[in-house]
Design a protein around this ligand. Sequence first.
Ligand SMILES: Nc1ncnc2c1ncn2[C@@H]1O[C@H](COP(=O)(O)OP(=O)(O)O)[C@@H](O)[C@H]1O
Ligand SMILES: [Mg+2]
Length: 370
Amino acid sequence: MKKIGILGGGQLGKMLCLAAADWDLEIYVLDTEGSPAQSYCKHFIAGDFNNYEDVVSFGFLVDILTIEIEHVNVKALKYLEKQGIAVHPNPNALETIKDKGLQKLFYQKHKLPTSKFQLLETITEGAVSLPCVWKSRSGGYDGKGVSVLKTADDLKKLPQEPCLIEELVAIEKEIAVIVARNEAGQVIAYPSVEMVFDPKANLLDYQLCPSNISKTVERKAQNLAKQLIKKFKLCGLLAVEMFLTKNGELLINEVAPRPHNSGHHTIEAIETSQFEQHLRAILNLPLGSTLMRKPSVLLNLVGAEGYTGEAVVDGFEKALNTEGVHVHLYGKRITKPFRKMGHVTILDRNVEKAVEKALNLKDTLRIISH
Ligand SMILES: Nc1ncnc2c1ncn2[C@@H]1O[C@H](COP(=O)(O)OP(=O)(O)O)[C@@H](O)[C@H]1O
Ligand SMILES: [Mg+2]
């Protein structure tokens, strides 16, 4: 079997390695010493996935290169592709997706539904009409590069850098669809998931599958995701975040060409996990079924407020005593407020019952430090 290299050894890289172990695949990972994936791959290379030389020399060790994070050196990937190494996602699509501004221009060019926007070199008071949403074009994640602007004062706190300004969408629901495509052109979508957000941390609070949306909207969302992965000509996974507006319109928010937080439930709740699917897709193997085994709730385990230091899991045994609860700990040594430390998937006969368990778990299972 071909050798696979993963740029990034965070939790997504670790879970890719765990899936690869089922088929005894030869996995190489590039990241800094002590990364979560380090103990789970056959070959760990210490280095910087943003550094041109590091990525090039890593790339020559493998047959297929993939990523678990977008912020990698694209110039090196373009060079490696020219040298005959398969790079998934393809570097051109990755370059577009890395920059939220280029993403929006791509949707506009392909007449795909997305919110109205403008691109600015830097934000000034006269240039925007309030309210609106300010986004850093790159570098932002987990809501850190996003700000809702309501008053002129809100503008003052922003960094002076190229930005994307979007109209403030009246959101009914936020959903996400993961879709996979292989080189043979086979395309398959997962059932959508519905996100529920914690307004304070601007971080996903929990997520439901199936989403509470009509069959028509579900079909539309899946079709939109399929269209996108074909337009980007990607092999592997594409996670598509969408807004269902108060008017019943579906808008693309942003995409990620890799395994995604919104797909963690697939490990237990769907026939084929997103990680196995990504491997199937980049190896050009037949794609796996995306049928739902059971309804699920996905809860992110983030560092509890007020605790910074060596991570300790509080309430682990109690959590394991609850039927249908599957705990995943990423192995990050240091916790800090809201850092993603793990996740829990809760399965039940219906989403309502799973939500009940999830809300209890939120109070009992916590990542703290001594
Ligand atoms: N145009 C918008 N209108 C309203 N809310 C938005 C808009 N864009 C983003 N948001 C909110 O901010 C969150 C984070 O934005 P997103 O672009 O997905 O950034 P991140 O890269 O941090 O995930 C979204 O999930 C949504 O809740
Ligand atoms: Mg997002």
